[in-house]
Write a protein that binds this ligand. Structure first.
Ligand code: FES
Ligand SMILES: [Fe+2]
Length: 366
């Protein structure tokens, strides 16, 4: 465990991450190509895909295929033909019935398990051609709650650890929310870490969202924080009764749970050093809500997220101006908890130059 990192509710004593981590092209590449591989990623709702269907999705600029072979579990593959790398299908927003995948280039044909079934003029390859050697490249794939998850690496954290506090504190709602009601996606002009920090920030809500999120979360004096190794949680009493839960999850995600079982899953995916993609998914139990109330709910959430946009885009401009973040407040401890995880990954990959450069800046300013 890192010095200064104390879990189970105690405030962490590390400073905020240095601003250089939020602006640098090389760090953006590391976030998308190394940090990301240590975690699972939700790529579709379970309601998007059914047995016998195929769904194309993209994650971090990579095209993926989800398939659901009959009498089996969903599977995930890179959407690249093993022959010469052509994609099998174009992206669509929901699963399509499909018995076999046929590459449009030379016609190699696969079943939904990713096994090569036929190749054109197969007897004419130069060397003995073994279909078994040319299966589609598969990724780990799991269902958990209302989402289908994939991992780029078999070194990824166990999904049970990544979602530990959700399973412990909200398993009934998580497992019952089988219907995805809405998906909203938009770009923010900030590094994903600015947006992630902001959504872990319980210090700003009363000030920046007085008539929106603050009304859901209630008085600051009632805030209760919980931590597992990889997750954090803000628990507040809701005005409708019961608990309103706001989970922070690696790598860049959040889950909001209402007392009536509704869920909002929010992600900030890196797409450039100073831009990210915000994706919001709304879920309810399968017996569901009508379309009008789902639209109202989505609009309420987008209103508070739009309040955040001005702040996070302004903070990004500040971080890009040779800026050093100030002291963390007690109500920013969920940010520090996540940043501790991020630091551990940096150090595991031997990246320490940013910490050193920040030390140098601090020494200069003293
Ligand atoms: S690239 Fe797919 S069959 Fe040749
Ligand atoms: Fe906010």
């Amino acid at each position: 465990m890192l010095s200064g990192t104390v879990l189970n509710g105690t405030v962490l004593s590390l400073p905020f991450l240095p601003a250089s981590l939020y602006c640098d092209e090389a760090m953006h590449h590391w976030d998308a190509h190394s940090y990301a591989t240590h975690y699972w990623h939700p790529v579709a709702a379970t309601s998007d895909l059914h047995p016998g269907e195929v769904l194309e999705v993209s994650l971090l600029d990579q095209s993926l295929l989800l398939t659901w072979p009959a009498d089996a579990q969903p599977r995930a593959f890179r959407n690249r033909c093993p022959h010469r790398g052509v994609a099998f299908r174009a992206e669509s927003s929901s699963g399509k019935p499909c018995r076999r995948l046929v590459c449009p280039y030379h016609g190699w044909t696969y079943n939904l398990r990713g096994e090569l079934q036929a190749a054109a003029r197969e007897s004419e390859f130069e060397e003995g051609f073994d279909r078994k050697r040319w299966g589609m490249l598969e990724l780990a794939c799991r269902i958990d709650g209302p989402l289908i998850w994939i991992a780029f690496s078999d070194q990824a954290l166990p999904l049970e650890n990544q979602l530990q506090l959700i399973h412990a504190e909200a398993s009934d709602s998580w497992n019952a929310a089988g219907q995805q009601l809405r998906v909203s996606q938009q770009n923010l002009a900030c590094n994903w870490k600015i947006a992630h920090d902001n959504t872990l920030d319980d210090y700003h809500v009363a000030i920046a969202h007085p008539t929106t999120l603050h009304r859901e979360q209630g008085p600051v004096r009632d805030y209760v924080h919980r931590f597992s190794q990889y997750n954090n949680l803000l628990e507040t009493p809701h005005s409708d009764g019961g608990r309103f839960l706001t989970f922070g999850l690696p790598p860049w995600s959040h889950l909001l749970v209402w007392p009536d079982g509704r869920l909002a899953f929010l992600e900030f995916l890196p797409n450039q050093p100073d831009h990210c993609t915000m994706r919001l998914r709304l879920f309810a139990a399968a017996d569901g809500r009508d379309a009008a109330s789902a639209d109202t709910w989505l609009q309420q959430l987008l209103t508070f997220l739009e309040e955040d946009r001005a702040l996070v885009e302004s903070a990004q401009r500040g971080y890009s101006e040779d800026f050093q973040p100030g002291p963390p407040h007690r109500l920013e401890q969920r940010i520090l908890h996540w940043q501790g995880l991020y630091r551990e990954r940096l150090r595991a990959d031997g990246i320490s130059r940013f910490e050193r450069s920040q030390d140098a800046i601090s020494a200069f300013r003293r």
